[in-house]
Design a protein around this ligand. Structure first.
Ligand code: TRP
Ligand code: ZN
Length: 855
C-alpha cells in the first residue's frame, strides 16, 4: 500500500485538455536583486473556451498586484490556493499584468531564478517558470517573448535576439513562439569566448560561450564543438539555425548536464570547461556530445516541442538519437555504439528490472522531474534506432523531413511522430507503438535447428517481457533482429539482414547452405532486449575473433567474460578459452585501439549484478567483486608481457590532443595498466601518476592507486595541486569513493563528507561524493547496511535544500529487492526512515514511495 506522503496526486496522460486561452505575446520586465527581484509580466491573451483563467504560481512567489487591461483586481476577482492562481477573466482579447517579488538568494533548489557564484541564472524545465512569475506553465502554451532586464551587472542575457542594451537595461526579443520551460535569463560578470557561423542560406550568427573571468582559455573546445554541431545538423538533417546569436553560459551550480533554452543554452560548467591538465578524454567527449545535444534541441524540442510532459521522449529520445549519430560521425561509429549499449545495460536495464520501471512514454506521474530517466532518454533513442532499421535510411530521411515540415511550430505527440513514419513509408506502426507504452526489457531467445541433408538452417526466436509495476501482461512487440551468417573460416555467408519479429514465437529459414554456418545475432544491438542463446565458450571465442559486425564481436567477448565470471562466482577457475581469446585481442595490432580497449574491459560489477538478477538469481556483491578482481589478476598473470608492451606502444608523443584517435590509444594504454595494477601493487600507476602531463592519465592512475589501497601520498598531492579548481576537486571526491576498496568505502565517504571542501549544496560536489559511493557496487551494498544508512542521511538532508538532486540520487536504492534478505532488511529500514521524514518533498516522496512499494 502507498505510504501517506503529501502531494501524491498523480497527473494522468488521459486527463489532457487544451488550454482554454491563447497566449499571443509575453512581455517580462525583471529588476534583478539578490534578495528582492521584481518581475512584471504582461500576457496578451484571447479566450477560446469557458472557465477561469488558471495560472501556475510557485509557493515562494510573493504576488503584489494583478490587473486586467490596466484595471487592478481586488481579492474577490481571484483565488490563490496551493500552487495555482484562478482569475475570473473576460471574453475576447485582454492583457493580464502581474507584479511579483522573488528571492533568488534563497533558492537552493536551482529551479526558477537563482544565484550561482554571483551569477543570476534560470532553470525552467520542466516546471520552473512558475517560480518566476504566474503563468500557464505548460509546454503547449507558446508565445513570442519580449524581455527587459534591469541590473548593474555587466552582462545581461535572455532568449532570442538583442534589441538594445544601455545603462543597466537590456532588451531581448525572441520571435519564435516558445513554451515557458525554454525561457532563460542570465546576468553576471561574464566573459565571452566568441566565434561565428554562417548558415547555408547565408544567415550570420554570432556565437558566444560565456564563462567567469579567467576561464576563457578553457572554453575553446566547447565553441569548436558548437560549430561542428551546427554544420552537422545542416548536412545531415537539413536543419539551420534561426536567430542572429547563439549564447552558451557555464554555471557551477546546475541540477543536470545542460539546458536547451532558445538561443541561450545554460550548461553545467563541467560540460563546457576543459584543458588537458584539468579534463579527461571522457570529459572532452561528453562536452562535444552535450553541446551537440542541446544545439540539436533547437529543432527537436524547441521548433517542435511537446504537447505535454508525457511526450518528453518525443524531444529527448530523438535528440539523444541525433547526438549519438553526431558522435558516431565525429569519432568511431563502432566504439560509440558499444559505449551506448554499455550504459543502456547498466542504467536502463537496471531501471526496467526494478520498481521504477516505466514505459518510454509514461501515463502517470506525481513529479515530472522524476521522469528524466534512462528509459525516456536512452531507451527513447533505441526505439528510434529500431524505427530507422525497420524503414531504412531513405524511409527515415523522408519521415524526418515530413516531421519538420508538418509540425514546425507545434506542440506535438508521439502519435504525430509515428504518423509521419506511417505517411512517409506506408507502414502500419500500430504494433510498433507498444515500445512506447509497454515497460520492461524483452527477453529474446534464439534456438538453431540445422538440417544438414537439406542444407537448411532454421532459427527459432521466442520473445517475452517480464511484468513491471502496473503491467502484468505484455503482448509481443515488433523486434528487428539483425543477423549475419559466417562460415567457419570467418567469411560472410549471409551479410547483415534484418529479420522482423512480430509474434511470440517465430521461425526464419535459411536455405542452400553447404555447411552449418555460425550465427551472428543482434548485430549493432538492433533492439534493446536481453538475448539468450545456447553457445559455448568456443563459439563465443570464434565470434570475438571473426565476427564482421564490430558490435557483435565486442558482445561475444563481453558474454564470454560474463559467463566466466558467473562460473568463478560459483567457485570455478577462470575459463582458459576467455584468457586465450583476450590475449588474441591484446596482440591484434591491426584493430582500432579504442575498440580493443573496449574488448579488454571487464563488465562492471553492476552489469554482472544485472545479468545475475535477469536470470532470477540473487547477486552477491562481495562475490562479484572478488571474482572480477581474480579474473583481472589471472589475465594480468597470463599476459603480463603483452600488457606491458601495449602500455608502452600506446604512449603518445607531443602535446596532448583530445581527438578520438589519441583518446583511443590512451584508453587502451590505461586498460592495460589497470590489469597490471592487479599484480604490481600499484607500481605502474604510481609511475604514470608522477610522469604524465594530462588529466586523463592522472585521474586514471589515481583511481588505480585508490583501488589498490596505496594512494595516500597521491591523494594528498592531488589535493594540494588542484584544490582551487572546482571541477578537478569533484574528481578528487569521486575517485576516492567510487574506487575505494569495498570494505573501506563507507568510512572514506564519511570522512570526506566532513571535509571542509565538501560543499554539499553544490550538485556536482554532492554527486561526486554521494554518487561515487552509490556507484561503488560492493562498497555501497555492504552487508551491514552502513552504505544504505549513509545515503539515507544525505538524501534527507539534501531534500531540504534541493529536492531534484535528492530524488535523482535516490535511484541508488532502485535495485534493493534483488539482494539477499539481510541486505533487503537494511535497505527497507533506510527507506522507511526517509518516508517518515516530515515535509518530504514531492520529488523524493514519490521516488521513495515507488521504490519502497517494490515488495
Ligand atoms: N532538457 C534538458 C536536456 O536533456 C535536461 C533538463 C531537464 C534539465 N530538466 C532539467 C537540465 C533541469 C537542468 C535542470 O538537455
Ligand atoms: Zn535533452
Amino acid at each position: 500500500m502507498n505510504q501517506p506522503v503529501r502531494h501524491q496526486t498523480p497527473t494522468l496522460l488521459s486527463d489532457y485538455r487544451p488550454y482554454p486561452f491563447t497566449l499571443r505575446q509575453t512581455r517580462l520586465d525583471v529588476r534583478l536583486d539578490p534578495k528582492e527581484t521584481v518581475v512584471l509580466a504582461e500576457l496578451d491573451l484571447t479566450r477560446r473556451d469557458t472557465g477561469d483563467l488558471v495560472l501556475d504560481i510557485g509557493a515562494g512567489v510573493d504576488l503584489r498586484s494583478i490587473s486586467i487591461d490596466g484595471r487592478k483586481l481586488s481579492s474577490a476577482d481571484y483565488r490563490r490556493e496551493e500552487e495555482v492562481l484562478s482569475i475570473s477573466a473576460p471574453d475576447g482579447d485582454f492583457t493580464l499584468s502581474t507584479e511579483v517579488v522573488i528571492d533568488p538568494s534563497a533558492n537552493t533548489a536551482f529551479e526558477g531564478l537563482y544565484l550561482s557564484n554571483g551569477i543570476f541564472c534560470t532553470q525552467c524545465e520542466a516546471e520552473g517558470f512558475r517560480h518566476i512569475t504566474p503563468y500557464p506553465d505548460r509546454p503547449d502554451v507558446m508565445a513570442p517573448f519580449e524581455v527587459t532586464i534591469r541590473s548593474d551587472l555587466p552582462v545581461l542575457l535572455s532568449n532570442g535576439n538583442p534589441v538594445s542594451s544601455a545603462d543597466g537595461v537590456a532588451v531581448w526579443h525572441d520571435p519564435w513562439p516558445k513554451p515557458a520551460y525554454l525561457f532563460a535569463l542570465v546576468a553576471g560578470d561574464l566573459r565571452a569566448v566568441s566565434g561565428d557561423f554562417t548558415t547555408k542560406s547565408g544567415r550570420h550568427v554570432d556565437l558566444n560561450v560565456w564563462v567567469r573571468p579567467g576561464d576563457e582559455p578553457r572554453a575553446d573546445y566547447a565553441l569548436d564543438s558548437l560549430i561542428r554541431s551546427m554544420k552537422w545538423d545542416e548536412d545531415t538533417y537539413g536543419r539551420e539555425y534561426d536567430l542572429d546569436v547563439f549564447n552558451i553560459v557555464a554555471v557551477d551550480d546546475f541540477n543536470m548536464g545542460a539546458m536547451e533554452n532558445k538561443g541561450l543554452n545554460i550548461f553545467n560548467s563541467k560540460l563546457v570547461l576543459a584543458t588537458p591538465e584539468t579534463a579527461t578524454d571522457n570529459d572532452y567527449e561528453r562536452i562535444e556530445g552535450v553541446i551537440a545535444h542541446e544545439y540539436f534541441h533547437n529543432w527537436t524540442g524547441n521548433r517542435i516541442t511537446c504537447r505535454d510532459w508525457f511526450q518528453l521522449c518525443l524531444k529527448e529520445g530523438l535528440t539523444v538519437f541525433r547526438d549519438q549519430q553526431f558522435t558516431a560521425d565525429m569519432r568511431s561509429a563502432a566504439v560509440k555504439r558499444i559505449q551506448d549499449v554499455r550504459t543502456l545495460r547498466a542504467r536502463q536495464f537496471r531501471e526496467d528490472q526494478g520498481p521504477l520501471a516505466h514505459p518510454v512514454r509514461p501515463e502517470s506521474y506525481v513529479e515530472i522531474n522524476n521522469f528524466y530517466t534512462a528509459t525516456v532518454y536512452e531507451k527513447g533513442a533505441e526505439v528510434i534506432g529500431m524505427l530507422k532499421r525497420l524503414v531504412g535510411e531513405e524511409g527515415y530521411a523522408k519521415a524526418l523531413d515530413l516531421y519538420f515540415d508538418r509540425h514546425d511550430g507545434d506542440a506535438a505527440t508521439i502519435e504525430d511522430w509515428l504518423k509521419v513514419f506511417e505517411d512517409a513509408t506506408g507502414r502500419d506502426l500500430t504494433q510498433f507503438k507498444r515500445w512506447y507504452s509497454d515497460a520492461g526489457t524483452p527477453e529474446l531467445t534464439m534456438a538453431e535447428h540445422w538440417d544438414g541433408d537439406a542444407g537448411r538452417l532454421r532459427l527459432e526466436f521466442t520473445q517475452s517481457t517480464p511484468p513491471t509495476p502496473g503491467q502484468d501482461e505484455k503482448p509481443p512487440r515488433v523486434i528487428p533482429v539483425e543477423i549475419g551468417l559466417l562460415s567457419h573460416n570467418g567469411d560472410e555467408v549471409l551479410p547483415s539482414t534484418v529479420l522482423e519479429m512480430t509474434e511470440a514465437t517465430q521461425s526464419f529459414n535459411f536455405d542452400n547452405l553447404s555447411s552449418r554456418p555460425v550465427v551472428s545475432v543482434l548485430r549493432g544491438f538492433s533492439a534493446p532486449v536481453v538475448l539468450k542463446r545456447d553457445i559455448d565458450s568456443a563459439g563465443l571465442a570464434f565470434l570475438l575473433a571473426h565476427d564482421t559486425d564490430p558490435f557483435a564481436r565486442w558482445e561475444a567477448g563481453r558474454q564470454l567474460a560474463r559467463q566466466t565470471l558467473r562460473a568463478m562466482i560459483g567457485g570455478q577457475r577462470p575459463d582458459s578459452e576467455y584468457i586465450d581469446a583476450f590475449g588474441r585481442i591484446l596482440a591484434d595490432g591491426d584493430a582500432d585501439p579504442a575498440f580493443r580497449a573496449l574488448c579488454l574491459e571487464l563488465p562492471s560489477e553492476e552489469e554482472i549484478a544485472v545479468a545475475i538478477a535477469a536470470e532470477g538469481a540473487t547477486p552477491d556483491p562481495d562475490a562479484i567483486h572478488t571474482a572480477r578482481e581474480d579474473l583481472a589478476a589471472a589475465i594480468a598473470n597470463a599476459h603480463e608481457g603483452d600488457l606491458k608492451q601495449v602500455f608502452n606502444d600506446m604512449k603518445l608523443s607531443g602535446a596532448y590532443r583530445p581527438d578520438a584517435e589519441s583518446a583511443g590509444k590512451r584508453s587502451l594504454r590505461l586498460a592495460a595498466l589497470s590489469l597490471l595494477n592487479r599484480i604490481d601493487g600499484g607500481a605502474g600507476a604510481a609511475d604514470l601518476y608522477a610522469s604524465t602531463d594530462n588529466m586523463t592519465e592522472r585521474a586514471a592512475a589515481l583511481s588505480m592507486l585508490v583501488s589498490a589501497g596505496v594512494a595516500e601520498s597521491q591523494i594528498h598531492s592531488f589535493y594540494t595541486e588542484f584544490r582551487h579548481i572546482r571541477l578537478v576537486m569533484d574528481m578528487w571526491f569521486m575517485i576516492q569513493t567510487i574506487s575505494a576498496e569495498p570494505d573501506r568505502a563507507v568510512a572514506v565517504a564519511q570522512e570526506l563528507a566532513a571535509h571542509s571542501d565538501f560543499d554539499w549544496k553544490n550538485p556536482n560536489r554532492f554527486r561526486a561524493l554521494i554518487g561515487g559511493l552509490s556507484a561503488n557496487h560492493a562498497g555501497f551494498h555492504r552487508a551491514d547496511g552502513a552504505g544504505y544508512a549513509f545515503l539515507a542521511d544525505w538524501l534527507i538532508r539534501m531534500d531540504g535544500a534541493n529536492p531534484q538532486i535528492a530524488a535523482r540520487m535516490s535511484t541508488a536504492f532502485e535495485s534493493w529487492t534483488r539482494y539477499d534478505p539481510t541486505r533487503q532488511s537494511h535497505a527497507k529500514a533506510a527507506l522507511d526512515r526517509i518516508l517518515e521524514t516530515p515535509n518530504l518533498s514531492k520529488n523524493l516522496g514519490e521516488m521513495i514511495t515507488r521504490i519502497r512499494n517494490a515488495s
